[in-house]
Design a protein around this ligand. Sequence first.
Ligand code: AP5
Length: 194
Amino acid sequence: MLNLVIFGPPGSGKGTQSEKLIERYGLVHMSTGDILRAEMAAHTELGKKAQAYMEKGELVPDADVIEMVARKIDQTKDPQGFIFDGFPRTTAQARSLRNMLTERDTRIDLVISLEVPEEELVKRLLKRGQEAGRQDDEIGVIRNRIEVYKQMTTPVIDFYKKMRKYVPVEGVGTIDEIFERIVNRIEHYISFTL
Ligand code: AP5
């Protein structure tokens, strides 16, 4: 089983690279942003609650997100592995994920962290806002999402550095170039570990 976290600020390419990694390694995509948007579209209680946070670019409370992820893990039959995209976003979420996986006799193998300068993030997200109309791709909300990332999510880096799981990858270039960098790091890990 191969379990990855794809990590990085908003617009760093987590979703884009996840799609390619899923195809290559047969992983199950656990994107908390996608799951929360589906909950919103279905007007569930969780979706209604999450909407108020998401439209401002704030984090949905840890307890709600952690419960949602645990439920999704348990609903997945015989996975070859998971790719966690947009989760964990706080150290409380990182600790819960470690416990959830330990209880299920598995663990995170690698945390692939996409490094992209802030102005490139803003440029990508504004472009997507114009083309695809995602509601939180608006300049004020984008700036807040990046600020929330810096304050709430960057401490997760130290959590995984201490566990020797943290793998920084340059996230600027073509999608294929970045994918190749990621795959090189995964293959290196697999050849020595799995
Ligand atoms: P979420 O959906 O996770 O959004 P995000 O982290 O802001 O990430 P994005 O989807 O915007 O960016 P990405 O890194 O996936 O990049 P992508 O591949 O899409 O979260 C949304 C909200 O949900 C949060 O604000 C929060 O409220 C809530 N939430 C979610 N998870 C939570 C959690 N764990 N706890 C609490 N709250 C949570 O690419 C972006 C764009 O760039 C695309 O248009 C893409 O085509 C383009 N692009 C990609 N790669 C390249 C490249 N190499 N060159 C040029 N353009 C590129």
